[in-house]
Design a protein around this ligand. Structure first.
Ligand code: ZN
Ligand code: ZN
Length: 292
């Protein structure tokens, strides 16, 4: 018997690859995918997610997306997570729409990197700068239309520095209405630090507030404003109290310092000395009455 195999019977690598490609749509550059989308409210939300893909978590493994793969219902998962899930059930784990391997698209690097990153920054940045300038209606429109899905997302401020939240900017530039509105959002988080110098919203307010104590009061009263946040250190080890102490040149400076101290705020050197303070978060409005 002749056991020689005709070489054409062995599936070569190319054939195997093309079979794989038939199973999973070939990679599509993320910017091409974005360009192919419509202008519905839902699409706008998805585009927002695609622009923030680096910070987006996979709904299956809850980790950052590994080889982001988008379904026909426009939900995004890690490639392996969604493939494994489809082996069990042919439906989207998010919305239960019937989907197949063939309908998955692996999102690749943008074809036009520069243009994509400009567009990527555009939405987040216009939200953050609207907060910075105190344009309350615009800020509301971003949130209510669903264009901004994460109220804590970071963008560039108007001077081009990157990595700031809307709350930081509104707090820094004393946009009271915007601060009030942002703090009324369920997911808002006072504790987040910016990517440039490591300041949280309290650093921002202590640094620059000169009109009233209202913003500081609101920030300190927020449930995410723990003692850890009050004494968070920036990239050079400075606390919010340090910002008031060294940088605030307004008439409000001494009130801010008193107020912050009453909330357990320490300066960098006090923190470093490791002094143990047992402060209780005082009732803010009562304290205001005291200093008036
Ligand atoms: Zn995953
Ligand atoms: Zn879905």
């Amino acid at each position: 018997m002749n056991y020689r195999i005709n070489s054409s019977d062995i599936p070569n690598r190319e054939a195997r690859n093309s079979r794989y490609k038939r199973r999973c749509k070939s990679e599509i550059p993320i910017d091409e995918y974005v360009n192919s989308m419509g202008d519905s409210k839902y699409d706008a939300t998805v585009i927002e997610t695609l622009f923030n893909i680096k910070d987006t978590k996979c709904a299956i493994c809850l980790d950052v997306l590994n080889q982001p793969t988008i379904t026909s219902c426009k939900h995004i998962f890690c490639k392996e997570c969604i493939r494994q899930s489809l082996r069990h059930k042919n439906e989207c784990p998010c919305c239960r729409e019937a989907i197949t391997f063939e309908s998955l698209s692996l999102l690749g690097q943008p074809k036009n990197k520069k243009e994509f990153s400009v567009r990527q920054n555009a939405t987040t940045t216009s939200f953050v700068t609207a907060c910075e300038h105190g344009y309350l209606n615009e800020v509301k429109e971003y949130i209510e239309s669903g264009k901004v899905t994460d109220v804590n997302m970071k963008g560039s401020r108007s001077n081009g520095w990157e990595g700031y939240t809307g709350l930081m900017m509104a707090a820094r530039f004393e946009r009271l209405d915007v601060v009030k509105y942002l703090l009324s959002q369920t997911m808002i988080d006072v504790s987040i630090a910016d990517d440039t110098v490591g300041w949280n919203a309290l650093h921002c307010a202590c640094y620059n507030n000169k009109k009233s104590m209202e913003i500081l009061t609101l920030l300190l009263d927020h449930q995410t404003c723990t003692e850890k946040v009050i004494n968070a250190t920036d990239d050079v080890g400075r606390t919010p109290l340090d910002k008031a102490f060294y940088n605030n040149k307004s008439d409000l400076k001494s009130d801010i310092i008193k107020f912050m101290k009453a909330h357990g705020a320490l300066q960098r050197n006090e923190l470093e000395r490791g002094r143990t303070h047992h402060y209780h978060k005082t009732n803010t409005s009562r304290y205001i009455l005291q200093i008036i």
